[in-house]
Design a protein around this ligand. Structure first.
Ligand code: ADP
Length: 363
C-alpha cells in the first residue's frame, strides 16, 4: 500500500481531529499505510517517534475533542532548505510520499516549497549515501493535499474553514452569558474576538448575538465613529434596551488604518455616555471546547476527499486544497488560494479595502 502521512500545523482549531480521523480511516480503507506526524513540521524534521503508523482504532474517540491530538507547532527549521531535506529523509525512509497537511496559509506554503525541492533532495540524499538508488527510484515525487484548519475563516477558496463554526458557537455562548449580567446591571460590554485580517467571527457573532455595533478590519469605521457609535447606543437604550453589546475584532481599524481596541471603545462609551462599561477579551476560549456538528462533518468530508484526491494524483498534479463550495467538496489549486489569501492580507495592510473585499469574494 501507498504511504500517506497526516499532520496538523500552525494554529489549532476544533474539527482537526475529525479530519485526522477521516484521513486515517479512508486511507486504511483504500489499502494505504497511514502515518501520523506529531507536532507538525517539527515532528517531520525530527523524525523518530514523531512519525508513527496509525491504526483504525488509534483514531477512535477523538472526533469530539477540540484542538489536535497529534499536536501542532511552529517550526523554524522547516523554513530552511536543510530542515526540509531532513524531513524528506524521514519520509522517504518510511516510504511516505503522500501528505495531508492540515493548517493555515503558512503551513500550506511550506508544503508547496517542500514538494518543489523533493526531487533535488532525493538526488542529494543518494549522493550523500543516506538512501540507495533503489529507494530513490521508488519515490521520485511527493503528492500534497491541504485542508484548511483555522477558526478565523480567513482563507480564500473555501466557504468555511475547519473550526470556524465551533469558534462562533463558543463566542455566542460567551456573549449570551455576558448579556445576562449586563441586562441585570444595565451595563455595556465590549467583547474582543479573534480575527487579525478577517472580521468573519466578529460580524457573524454580532448578527447571531444581537450586538449593537461591530468593528472589523475589512470595514474601517469613519472619522466620526465615536459619535455614530454613541448615537446608536443611546437610541437602543431609548427603545427600552437595558444593555449594549459591542464586538471588536482583534484587527479592527479606522479609516486611517489606526487600530481600534476594545479598551478604547470602552473609554469612548464611558466618557461620552457615562454608561457602566466593561471589556471582555475572549482570547483562547474561542479555540477551546468541543467541535460543533458542522465542524465534525466538515473534517470528515474534507479528510475523505483529501485521500481520494491523493489517490488520483499523478506526477504532474499540482498540490490542491479541499474546499467546501456550496456544500460540495471541491479540489482547488493550493498555490492559487494561498496567493489570493496573501493578496487580501497585503491589500488590507495597504489600506486598499476594495481590493481586499474583491479577493475575499468567491470568484
Ligand atoms: P499557519 O499555517 O496557521 O498560517 P504559520 O504561518 O505559522 O501558520 O506556519 C506554520 C509553519 O509552516 C511554520 O512554522 C513553518 O514551519 C511552516 N512554513 C510557513 N511558511 C513557510 C515557508 N514559506 N516555507 C517553508 N515553511 C513554511
Amino acid at each position: 500500500g501507498r504511504g500517506v502521512a497526516v499532520f496538523t500545523s500552525g494554529g489549532d482549531s476544533q474539527g482537526m481531529n475529525s479530519a485526522v480521523r477521516s484521513v486515517v480511516r479512508m486511507g486504511i480503507y483504500l489499502g494505504c499505510r497511514v502515518y501520523f506526524i506529531n507536532e507538525g513540521y517539527q515532528g517531520m524534521v525530527d523524525g523518530g517517534d514523531n512519525i508513527v503508523e496509525a491504526t483504525w482504532n488509534s483514531v477512535s474517540n477523538i472526533i469530539q475533542k477540540g484542538g489536535t491530538i497529534i499536536g501542532s507547532a511552529r517550526c523554524k527549521e522547516f523554513r530552511e532548505r536543510e530542515g526540509r531535506k531532513k524531513a524528506a529523509l524521514n519520509l522517504v525512509e518510511r516510504g511516505i510520499t503522500n501528505l495531508v497537511c492540515i493548517g493555515g496559509d503558512g503551513s500550506l506554503t511550506g508544503a508547496n516549497e517542500f514538494r518543489k525541492n523533493w526531487s533535488d533532495f532525493i538526488r542529494e540524499l543518494v549522493e550523500e549515501g543516506k538512501i540507495t538508488q533503489g529507494v530513490a527510484d521508488r519515490y521520485p515525487n511527493i503528492q500534497i493535499v491541504g485542508l484548511v484548519g483555522s477558526i478565523d475563516n480567513d482563507f480564500c477558496g473555501t466557504d468555511m474553514t475547519i473550526g470556524t463554526d465551533s469558534a462562533l458557537q463558543r463566542i455566542i455562548e460567551c456573549i449570551d452569558a455576558v448579556v445576562a449580567t449586563a441586562q441585570s446591571h444595565q451595563r455595556a460590554f465590549v467583547i474582543e474576538v479573534m480575527g487579525r485580517h478577517c472580521g468573519y467571527l466578529a460580524l457573524v457573532a454580532a448578527l447571531a448575538a444581537e450586538a449593537d455595533f461591530c468593528f472589523i478590519p475589512e470595514w474601517p469605521v469613519p472619522e466620526n465613529w465615536e459619535e455614530i457609535l454613541c448615537q446608536k447606543l443611546q437610541q437602543m437604550r431609548q427603545e427600552g434596551q437595558r444593555l449594549n453589546i459591542m464586538i471588536v475584532a482583534e484587527g479592527a481599524i479606522d479609516r486611517n488604518g489606526q487600530a481600534i481596541s476594545a479598551e478604547q471603545v470602552k473609554d469612548v462609551v464611558k466618557k461620552r455616555l457615562n454608561y457602566d462599561t466593561r471589556v471582555t477579551v475572549l482570547g483562547h476560549v474561542q479555540r477551546g471546547g468541543a467541535p460543533s456538528a458542522f465542524d465534525r462533518l466538515l473534517g470528515c468530508r474534507m479528510g475523505a476527499e483529501a485521500v481520494l484526491a491523493l489517490m488520483e494524483m499523478t506526477e504532474e498534479s499540482e498540490p490542491c486544497v479541499i474546499s467546501i463550495d456550496g456544500n460540495q467538496m471541491v479540489r482547488v489549486p493550493l498555490m492559487q488560494c494561498v496567493e489570493r489569501t496573501k493578496a487580501v492580507q497585503k491589500a488590507m495592510d495597504d489600506k486598499d479595502w476594495e481590493t481586499a473585499v474583491k479577493y475575499r469574494g468567491r470568484s
